[in-house]
Design a protein around this ligand. Structure first.
Ligand code: C2E
Ligand code: CA
Ligand code: CA
Ligand code: CA
Length: 278
């Protein structure tokens, strides 16, 4: 995925010269992409320790007319520099709710996690917008988890907590993404209305080989257990990583290439429907 993203950046560079011009071009094309419906929602499965599907994370992709499928690593950072991320984020939320509603009509509960940018979270009308959309799609709000990063809280602790509480009161869940890579303070962690921690892939990668990573993951599992939080381990690529986690936390949820790569939503949903699971 990294090499792919690099090749795509190189494509933009050779096509357009310097970095500023490249950002300008991606920004402009992305605005067009929203109008022309070029965004796609990919899903990556999440499973329990017995391998049973428990839900999925929604990850956005850009079906570019010239260069094909573009990774979010290429365009999300640029979208985040402006209100473009708000429009993009609205599309993701709407699409996720549409999928949940569609599955519900077929008699299936689909728990979905989506990534929420700070700028979108801070929109003055974000809470009322979410409330309206939930009502419109008539979905069970418990099926939707908003993944935020530790950085969101820094600087506006009180305001952030208040807004999170309002969204939590609507029934939505919060998860702290990339947990352990930011400046977490256990003091505010205690005050946030969160349901879940996601252990960053960088700690899982060598968890069976490096004592420091193992200690860190054990600490996170212990904190989560004491606080009654669900834990999702990101980037699980080897069975030994699952064994390590399962031996220390029965209820841990696993996400990673070992269980499935992100793929078009329709493909994963068709598989789950055929399998009778979720
Ligand atoms: P993230 O939220 O931390 O998402 C996890 C990333 O790790 C995804 O990359 C996923 O494909 C990748 N991944 C999952 N399992 C494995 C594994 O076993 N090994 C490896 N090497 N990688 C794995 P992706 O889809 O390229 O997304 C990158 C980032 O872009 C995301 O990181 C997230 O920060 C951002 N992003 C993606 N979709 C959205 C979105 O809809 N909105 C916003 N605001 N950001 C998004
Ligand atoms: Ca995420
Ligand atoms: Ca993550
Ligand atoms: Ca990450």
């Amino acid at each position: 995925a990294k090499a792919h993203g690099g090749a795509q950046i190189a494509f933009f560079e050779s096509a357009m010269g310097d970095a500023a011009e490249q950002r300008f071009r991606i920004d402009r094309d992305l605005r067009q992409a929203l109008v022309e419906d070029q965004l796609r929602l990919y899903l990556q499965p999440q499973v329990d320790t017995s391998g049973r599907w428990t839900g999925a994370e929604a990850l956005v992709r850009w079906q570019h007319p010239v260069q094909g499928l573009v990774s979010p690593g290429v365009f999300i950072p640029i979208a985040e520099e402006s209100d473009l991320i708000v429009s993009l984020g609205r599309w993701v939320v709407t699409e996720a709710m549409r999928l949940i509603a569609e599955q519900a009509r077929a008699g299936r509960s689909l728990p979905l996690s989506i990534n929420l940018s700070p700028r979108q979270f801070r929109q003055p009308d974000f809470v009322t917008w979410m409330q309206q959309l939930l009502a419109e799609h008539a979905i069970d709000p418990h099926l939707l988890t908003l993944e935020i990063t530790e950085g969101l809280v820094i600087g506006n602790v009180e305001q952030t907590i208040e807004r999170m509480q309002a969204l939590r009161a609507l029934g939505l869940h919060f998860s702290i993404d990339d947990f352990g890579t930011g400046y977490s303070s256990l003091a505010y962690l205690k005050r946030l209305p969160i349901s879940e921690l996601k252990i960053d892939r960088s700690f899982i990668q060598d968890v069976t080989r490096r004592a420091d990573d193992a200690a860190l993951v054990e600490t996170i599992l212990s904190v989560a257990s004491h606080m009654g939080l669900k834990v999702v381990a990101e980037g699980v690529e080897e069975p030994a990583q699952t064994q390590f986690l399962a031996a220390r936390a029965e209820g841990v949820i696993l996400q990673g290439y070992f269980y499935g790569r992100p793929g078009p939503a329709e493909e994963w949903l068709a598989r789950w429907a055929a399998d009778g699971s979720l």
